[in-house]
Design a protein around this ligand. Structure first.
Ligand SMILES: *Cc1c(COP(=O)(O)O)cnc(C)c1O
Length: 399
């Protein structure tokens, strides 16, 4: 019989009762080091006092009023995001897919309002992940996810990630935007080179195409800068954010330059929950922590420390790990073909470490941004144990 909870996920048989910082405890008392952070989402870790207090206080006052009224918490959060980014204006929603859906609408609307409604195609990249709604599935372009859901929505074209010639060839009179993740997360923790990002920006300017940045996974400090595209010294025209922006509370956002945002007038787009007082109280609390002096520098430092630990781990276990990739605290261990990332993930769980699988046989490591160097060392130690236990079966498989 079908479970009451719809079986859309392959869940590990673990249920967590409480968490503190980077640690989680199951209901039967086992402790885990959480280097998955709920898929790069619990950016402040678990039970962060500032975040939980902000949520509890706001929940007791008023959670939701709808966008029929002014929402001071949303106005404040938007103003702070504008002040600290390329953007002039912000729209709030509830998830990454919803942010991307709105971003896709925004780039189409921009060209329609410029008198070029035929420019509605968004160029995306192979290996991308933009979400599970019908439009964002089409943007994702993964055959496996599209199968069975009818004709994919029109208006998306895919080119190889990192290939500038293919991108330039794909741009034509129907192109509205280029949409890219600065680091492909689900697709295998693959960073775009900074040069590629800069060349995309230049091509977008050359052809009057908008640059739409999907920072759902890479944003809000995960890269060591507030937004990952800042490493390239470029600015997108519009950007989506979610995952870490609410620290585990559902919140998404579209950040846009005025030239794009000005066409999303009353009645063009909306969301009932979007930017409600509770979600924005959470967002403001997350921002308080991340914008505190020295916080991002610390993320960068601990990320470099963790990466060095992983490089050494890869050297110790060349039959398991092929290489280390990623940016900031979004790191991937590219595994040898003989070792599946699912097996590696399970081996890590057996040692008490939580991670997340990603595409291309990569083990994704995306800890809360608040981890200490000692916790980074502990994760490396646990992965070392997991690699050692996997090695005999690797040797057997190779024979
Ligand atoms: C997770 C993710 C999404 C989808 O976000 P949801 O909140 O699951 O809808 C979109 N884009 C990127 C880059 C993501 O990592």
């Amino acid at each position: 019989m079908i479970p009451a909870l719809m079986p859309t996920y392959n869940r590990a048989d673990l249920a967590f009762e409480r968490g503190e910082g980077a640690w989680l405890w199951t209901n039967d008392g086992r402790r885990f080091l959480d280097f998955g952070a709920g898929i790069a989402t619990s950016s402040l870790g678990h039970g962060h006092p500032h975040l939980t207090q902000a949520i509890a206080e706001q929940a007791a006052k008023v959670m939701h009023v709808s966008n029929l009224y002014r929402i001071p918490q949303a106005e404040k959060l938007a103003a702070r995001l504008v002040e600290t980014s390329f953007a002039d204006s912000v729209f709030f929603c509830n998830s990454g897919a919803e942010a991307n859906e709105g971003m896709i609408k925004a780039v189409r609307k921009y060209h329609a309002e410029q008198g070029a409604p035929e420019r509605f195609v968004t160029i995306c990249f192979e290996g991308a992940f933009h979400g599970r709604t019908l439009a964002t599935l089409a943007a994702t372009g993964n055959e496996k996810y599209l199968a069975g859901f009818g004709p994919p929505m029109q208006g998306f074209r895919h080119v190889p990630f990192g290939n500038m010639n293919a991108l330039r060839d794909a741009i034509d009179g129907s192109t509205a935007a280029v949409m890219i993740e600065p680091v492909q997360g689900e697709g295998g923790v693959r960073p775009a080179t900074l040069d590629f990002l800069r060349q995309i920006r230049a091509a977008c300017d050359e052809f009057g195409v908008l640059l739409a940045m999907d920072e759902v996974q890479t944003g809000m400090g995960r890269s060591g800068k507030l937004w990952a595209h800042q490493w390239a010294g470029i600015e997108p025209d519009v950007m989506s954010s979610a995952k870490g922006i609410g620290g585990g509370f559902p919140l998404g956002a579209i950040l846009a330059k005025e030239k794009v945002a000005k066409y999303l007038k009353a009645g063009t787009h909306g969301s009932t929950y979007g930017g409600n007082p509770l979600a924005c109280a959470a967002g403001n609390a997350v921002l308080d922590v991340i914008l505190a002096p020295g916080f991002l520098a610390q993320v960068e430092q601990v990320a470099a420390h963790l990466r060095a630990g992983f490089e050494a781990l890869a050297k110790r276990h060349p039959t398991v790990i092929e290489g280390v990739q990623g940016l900031g605290l979004l790191l991937g261990l590219k595994l040898r073909p003989e070792v599946s990332n699912g097996d590696m993930q399970t081996a890590a769980v057996n040692e008490g470490l939580l991670t997340v699988a990603a595409g291309m046989n990569v083990l994704r490591v995306a800890p809360p941004l608040i981890i200490t160097p000692a916790e980074a060392d502990e994760a490396v130690r646990l992965l070392d144990l997991a690699c050692t236990k996997l090695t005999p079966s690797v040797a057997a498989a190779a024979q």
